[in-house]
Design a binder for this molecule. Sequence first.
Ligand SMILES: [Zn+2]
Ligand SMILES: [Zn+2]
Length: 162
Amino acid sequence: MPQPTSSSHAGCAHAHPVHARATPAQAGERNTRQRTAIRAAMAAEGRPLSPPEVLQAAQKLVPRIGIATVYRNIKAMVEAGELVAVPLPGDRVYYELADKAVHHHHHFRCNQCEKVFDIHGCDDTFATLLPPGFVLTTHDVTLYGLCAACSAAARVRPGKKR
Ligand SMILES: [Zn+2]
Ligand SMILES: [Zn+2]
């Protein structure tokens, strides 16, 4: 027989032992610290990051931060307009700081290490590709290839495919 749940905190006491110790103020402080670390980590990396990459970068600042915390903060930061998702077709989602995203730019995705980099500048000659009478309103371009580190590694080991 399914029973209506009377409290959303059912089962919470043992699942989150930290609740028993941390006061709301302490928990709030911890959230702020985690959020600040994620923001600082993303600014330091200077490129769009996938959630696992955010975790790796944030752990340099807050060693005990976990992937669930990273996902929770990313969601909150997107809702707050601090982060934006970088839409790469058929790929995992990457995120970048909103203040970067306001400037028109494109992305480069390394086929080998799967890192995504900002490309500064834009080829604004797309309109010349259009047939007569067509009007260009926007464009969406992603570049793919090998980043500097991966192309250097490929030159060192010329036998390696991919
Ligand atoms: Zn690479
Ligand atoms: Zn452009």
